[in-house]
Design a protein around this ligand. Structure first.
Ligand code: ZN
Length: 454
């Protein structure tokens, strides 16, 4: 028998004020992972909040900040859903730009202002309060639930791959789901079925033992030129990446995914304005531009350092040159495989003496539009918010959230977010509204129900 969502929603409405107070308590506990400020205390607070609603929870160590792991078994449920969320937050600087202190959760009308209110404590708490609503109305949660709450998302979740490998058995599930961030800027709920991957490397060229008088450039190889030539061998002026087999594993978008792009309401002018440019690469416009943004990999120079960059003239052959290159990768490119291809490319083109170091990577992911988890999110979003959601077949940015976890575990995964549009992510005066938070609890409950029925 499907759950009685009307009773669940009535319970959520009846306990609205207390739920808002609990979110304020959570926002008041700082948890800045990049500054190691309050993260462990926040993990403990969440474990306690999970136990209070009846979830079996523990704080598990990783190589960095702990993961809060939990599970809730429902004897009659057939499917298991793994919920990803994160409890760490971004730093608060510049502090004087906040109209209210970032960790006081000040109420301003309907707004709860505070760091982490939307990203992602408001989102996280929706799941816990949805569990409470099921159990307190004497109903079984329609799916078995597992919870993985990450304490390092805002620094790229560096410990998560190891954690997942180590706990593969306890994480076993049919699908994964993450809530983070808020509605699309258009005011519609947003559903994302994947994320981009990333490979970040630095390449160092060494020249003479020390900087030399540039008159010696007649006899001594300049490492900056060497890097320029190496870079030039990697990408053509037509933007095609020239590394052998670089594009081999890419899965092009399906008809359905292209249709999603058409329906996405892509607006050239708004994006040009946001980027501060007057044209896109290759003169692309419309759907072609949005397709390239989501489905094509990049080879991007993030930084280049060599020789004299101070004021005025200084004539030298620099002793070394350094470039930082990032590749945005798409489904199903493997970052470590791409790293090997880059090294082989450099060796093949006579640059085997360049030093290549990998500084970090994230695997890309993409879950089909027809997957159960995507369909559950879409129908719950339509019902709860009475509007069409914006569906992104994958994400332009990279992260280790629900879709990433899914591809790591070989299951399907999707992401959504309950916060308001323009919630000031990573910026001063971040907020959530009480309405978005309360609606998000109802949305979580409905997503689980729809997923159970799928
Ligand atoms: Zn964030």
């Amino acid at each position: 028998m499907p759950p009685d969502l009307a009773r669940i929603n009535a319970y959520i409405d009846a306990h609205r004020d207390r739920f808002v107070e609990e979110l304020r308590t959570l926002v008041r506990q700082p948890s800045i992972s990049s500054q190691n400020y309050g993260v462990k205390e926040c993990g403990e607070l969440i474990r306690k909040m999970m136990e209070e609603v009846g979830i079996e929870a523990s704080v598990l160590p990783t190589n960095g900040q702990p993961v809060v792991f939990g599970r809730l078994a429902s004897p009659k449920a057939v499917k298991t859903l793994l919920i990803y969320n994160h409890y760490d937050v971004q730093p608060v600087e510049p502090l004087d730009a906040w109209e209210h202190p970032p960790f006081e959760a000040t109420m301003v009308g309907e707004r709860i202002v505070g760091r982490g209110s939307t990203d992602s404590k408001g989102n996280l708490l929706c799941h816990l309060k949805a569990v409470e609503a099921f159990l307190k109305t004497d109903q079984e949660v329609p799916v078995n639930l597992k919870f993985l709450f990450d304490g390092e998302e805002e620094i790229g979740s560096p410990s998560l791959p190891d954690f997942v490998e180590k706990h593969r058995d306890s994480l076993a599930a049919d699908g994964s789901l993450s809530f983070d961030g808020g509605f699309d800027a258009s005011g519609q709920p947003r559903i994302q079925l994947g994320s981009s991957g990333l490979l970040y490397i630095e390449i160092r060229a060494r020249g003479p033992k020390r900087d030399l008088h540039s008159a010696r450039a007649r006899l001594v190889e300049n490492p900056a030129w060497k890097l320029v030539w190496a870079l030039q061998s990697m990408k053509g002026r037509d933007e095609r990446i020239l590394i052998d087999h670089f594009y081999d594993d890419i899965l092009p978008p399906t008809e359905e995914e292209l249709k999603l792009l058409e329906d996405s309401g892509w607006d050239d002018r708004a994006h040009l304005e946001e980027y501060g440019v007057d044209r896109f690469l290759l003169g692309l416009t419309g759907i072609a531009a949005s397709e390239r943004l989501l489905f094509q990999p990049t080879c991007n120079i993030s930084g280049f350092k060599a020789g004299h960059l101070g004021e005025g003239m200084k004539t030298i052959v620099p002793a070394e040159a350094l470039v930082k290159v990032d590749f945005r990768l798409v489904h199903r490119q493997n970052p470590l495989d791409i790293l090997e291809k880059v090294k082989r490319h450099l060796a093949k083109h006579g640059f085997s003496d360049l030093e290549v170091h990998c500084l970090g990577y994230i695997e890309p992911s993409r879950t089909p539009f027809r997957s159960r988890i995507a369909q559950a999110l879409i129908s719950a979003a339509r019902e709860n918010y009475r509007t069409e959601p914006v569906i992104k077949p994958t994400g332009e940015a990279s992260g280790r959230q629900g879709p990433w976890l899914a591809s790591r575990l070989g299951i399907e995964g999707a992401a959504s977010g309950v916060g308001p549009p323009k919630w000031r992510g990573h910026a001063p005066n971040e907020f959530i509204t009480t309405g978005h938070f309360i609606d998000g609890i109802k949305y979580a409950a409905n997503v689980w129900s729809k997923y159970a029925q799928s």
